[in-house]
Design a protein around this ligand. Structure first.
Ligand code: SF4
Length: 450
């Protein structure tokens, strides 16, 4: 006999316990086992007044944000609705069936004001990372770094040339603009190219085509991970420019060492990080660069490349295939290159001239001032450890893919570098919490520390 659902939805009294309705293996239950926000609450205390009406509980807000970043709910309005309706979300946030979910505008106000000033998201990220370390998920020997472009919340049709922008216009008195102007270097590096186009709504973002898509304004999401279990050990937001991304790696490595005494023996990265300057810095830090060298010296027109010349380190000169020497004056060009020149006299009489320098009277060989570090990086290529790092490097890309494909993290919702930093810290925290929930046993309550 076909049954019929019989239920009176107008009942006043229910015998209902939320705790009983969240399964043991539920992601949020496992994450909750690793989360203790007591210390976090204490660190936020100075940012709240001692008088007046009690604010929204910061722990409730953080838990709601964790739900949002674990399940790809990016809109604050939708997050408030989802927490209101979903039993598991309610349970995780510590709300009863009738517990009041904050209004989305109150939620935004706290998130973008107090939390940002208190660096709350970095505190949260570091607390979770400490938990990962305590659970033995961070080996600390091999790190990998990479960056991914995320579209800024700025229209690609509304960029302007910097010379045409009047920053004193009251319409431009917005938080992202104020932050951008405050961070401008009064003495910019002359070697760095000025941006051609700037967004008026989010000027700190960079005009880029790096994501292999259309040209857009974007930020670089920089992850530094421990390769053992793909735990993110640091995260940094930069404009989507390769130079800034490489610089961010130094910041992240320094910070990880200072905050957690973590210093890797090796760093894996792609060719974008294989510049002489960065490789030399790594070698100086005693970190093995498992990085392909950025090398433009190989010629494609069939003439002799730099590899066909032998460098004599003792005499500081190159020897050409015809046995002649190329010497340098020691002058550094563009802050990074020495030029080694052959003698005009030698080249004019050389039988190899057409294969060597058909269009110039003499051959010149550029050499990076950090060529020794580049040679060291080249010498590591092909070793077992290097090949292992090459595979492990892909774990960063998988984290980016997960963010973009499964969590819909393609375009930022917050503006300015601080907005991007907040979003990236929360995304990294959620990803680490998921790894922790998957790989580590839930500790007894007294040992929780996040
Ligand atoms: S052209 Fe000059 S640099 Fe080149 S092989 Fe001949 S002598 Fe050497």
């Amino acid at each position: 006999m076909m049954g019929r659902l019989e239920q009176d939805q107008r009942r006043f009294f229910h015998d209902f316990c939320l705790e009983d309705h969240v399964p043991d293996g539920h992601l949020l239950r496992r994450i909750d086992g690793h989360l203790d926000l007591g210390e976090f609450r204490e660190q936020l205390r100075p940012f709240y007044s001692h008088t007046g009406r009690p604010s929204v509980d910061p722990e409730l807000m953080i838990r709601m944000l964790i739900v949002g970043y674990c399940y790809g709910i990016r809109s604050e309005r939708r997050l408030c609705d989802e927490v209101h309706l979903n039993l598991a979300y309610r349970w995780f946030c510590g709300l009863g069936l009738e517990g009041r979910v904050p209004d989305h505008s109150t939620f935004s106000l706290n998130r973008h004001g107090r939390f940002r000033n208190a660096e709350a998201f970095r505190l949260l990220f570091e607390g979770v990372l400490r938990r990962c370390m305590a659970a033995g998920l961070v080996g600390g020997e091999g790190f990998a770094v990479d960056a991914s472009v995320l579209e800024a919340d700025a229209s690609r049709y509304h960029g302007e040339a910097p010379a045409e922008i009047d920053w004193s216009d009251p319409k431009l008195n917005t938080r992202p603009v104020r932050e951008y102007l405050a961070a401008l270097d009064p003495e910019p590096d002359p070697k760095r190219k000025a941006p051609k186009v700037i967004s008026l709504s989010d000027p700190a973002s960079a005009w880029t085509a790096k994501a292999n898509k259309r040209v857009q304004f974007g930020y670089g999401l920089n992850y530094l991970i421990d390769t053992e279990h793909a735990i993110i050990v640091d995260v940094e937001a930069t404009p989507a420019r390769t130079y800034d991304e490489v610089m961010a790696t130094k910041t992240m490595l320094d910070r990880t060492e200072k905050r957690f005494s973590l210093k890797p023996e090796r760093l894996a990265a792609d060719t974008a990080y294989g510049t002489g300057r960065f490789l030399a810095w790594l070698v100086e830090q005693k970190i093995e660069p498992h990085i392909p060298v950025w090398d433009m010296s190989r010629r494609k027109d069939g003439t002799l490349s730099r590899d066909d010349f032998t460098f004599d380190r003792k005499r500081d000169l190159y020897v050409c295939p015809w046995g002649k020497t190329l010497k340098t004056t020691g002058r550094v060009h563009e802050g990074k290159t020495l030029l080694y020149r052959a003698s005009k006299h030698d080249c004019e009489r050389c039988p190899l001239k057409l294969m060597c320098c058909p269009n110039t009277p003499q051959r010149k060989i550029p050499r990076d001032i950090n060529e020794d570090a580049r040679d060291h990086a080249r010498s590591l290529k092909g070793t077992e450890a290097y090949e292992k790092s090459r595979c492990e490097r892909k774990k960063v890309e998988m984290l980016f893919a997960h963010l973009k494909r499964h969590l819909g993290f393609e375009r930022l919702r917050l503006r300015g570098l601080t907005g991007a930093q907040d979003e990236f810290l929360l995304a990294a925290t959620a990803q680490n919490l998921k790894r922790l929930a998957k790989l580590a046993a839930i500790p007894p309550p007294s040992t929780k520390a996040a």
